[in-house]
Design a protein around this ligand. Structure first.
Ligand SMILES: O=C(O)C(=O)C[C@]1(C(=O)O)C=C[C@@H](O)C=C1
Length: 95
């Protein structure tokens, strides 16, 4: 059995299926860029943590994490805080 564009997108018309397919391609490209930026952030965060640990400090700096969480919350609202917490976990591991 053939799977049509409408089946794949959930649209009920070929016009809507075309819009959705095009927009999904843009989302996939955006997600690739977001993932790349997250990986870049992880690398920069690792440099900071390594410098602090090598100097005798701790991996985690809670006051800075509060600033990061507040930044995301101000930009994206409450879900922004959850997103920032996941980002911080990716960058410094679980605490
Ligand atoms: O800014 C720092 O001091 C960092 O170590 C970076 C970072 C972050 O990824 O934003 C990671 C761990 C710290 O607990 C706080 C923030």
């Amino acid at each position: 059995m053939t799977v049509t564009a409408a089946d794949k997108t959930g649209a009920r018309t070929t016009e809507a299926a075309g819009v959705i397919t095009g927009a999904r391609e843009r989302i996939d490209a955006l997600d690739d860029r977001i993932i790349g930026l997250i990986q870049e952030r992880m690398a920069v965060s690792a440099v900071i943590q390594e410098a602090r640990i090598t100097s005798g400090g701790r991996r985690v700096n809670l006051s800075r994490e509060m600033e990061v969480l507040d930044h995301y919350r101000q930009a994206l609202g409450k879900p922004g805080t959850a997103l920032a917490m996941t980002m911080l976990e990716l960058c410094r591991g679980r605490v």
